[in-house]
Design a protein around this ligand. Structure first.
Ligand SMILES: O=C([O-])CC(=O)C(=O)O
Ligand SMILES: [Mg+2]
Length: 212
């Protein structure tokens, strides 16, 4: 069982969002659900879904992460604002604890280390990059409270979906709508692709410029 499976089993809507993919989820509802695109999969094939457990870390400090990995509910995704700095905020040891506690994954506006080890363990991480530099362990930060992740509001329990295209945050109270609209979008795209594969170049999609 992968970490993505843990949450997905608990709520089939989450499994479906992950299958449909972040770009489809985002396009389906046409909302500002995308997250800063420099937050990328830390290893190829990483993907995750689950309710957010937000963390505000001190700059260059991972004490807040050490607290969060011990206190976040099983199945949740740690969503961390770490100021985007070039520190090893997270590594192999924290990953081992996260797996023991059945944490579904990590999304961090910041960098991580021990990446080969983490890939071998299959723990999904989305980060701005990889950096070996030691993170301080002095600032307890804030955990389990709403944050802004690189400018995007994230509340505890909002649904995090992340795959090769990046990270999307679906507000908890809009989950049904997100699934419904992503399904519609997915069906439209399959239809369009079927048309192309039948040998027909479809009409262009043209939009009216937005006002204001
Ligand atoms: O020790 C740290 O601060 C982060 C790390 O490398 C690990 O969790 O393995
Ligand atoms: Mg380490």
């Amino acid at each position: 069982m992968t970490t993505a499976d843990i949450t997905a089993t608990a709520d089939p809507r989450l499994a479906r969002l992950l299958e449909l993919g972040t770009s489809t989820v985002y396009e389906g509802t046409g909302e500002e659900w995308w997250v800063e695109p420099s937050i990328r999969p830390a290893w190829r094939g990483a993907r995750l879904v689950g309710p957010a457990f937000p963390v505000l870390a001190g700059p260059g400090d991972n004490l807040a992460l050490q607290r969060a990995v011990r206190e976040a509910p099983s199945g949740s995704v740690l969503v961390v604002e770490a100021g985007g700095g070039r520190f090893g905020h997270w590594g192999g040891i924290l990953t081992e604890i996260a797996l023991l506690r059945e944490i579904a994954g990590l999304v961090i506006h910041g960098t991580v280390r021990d990446i080969d080890e983490i890939e071998g363990l299959g723990f999904p991480i989305f980060a701005t990059g990889i950096a070996m530099r030691h993170a301080q362990k002095t600032d307890p930060g804030v955990i389990g409270e709403p944050i802004e992740l690189a400018g995007r509001a994230v509340r505890p329990g909002d649904v995090v979906v992340a795959d090769a295209d990046g990270v999307a945050i679906v507000p908890a109270d809009r989950l049904d709508e997100a699934v419904e609209n992503a399904e519609r979008r997915f069906a439209q795209e399959r239809e369009r692709i079927a048309t192309i594969r039948s040998g027909e170049v479809p009409a262009m999609k043209v939009e009216t410029p937005a006002h204001g």
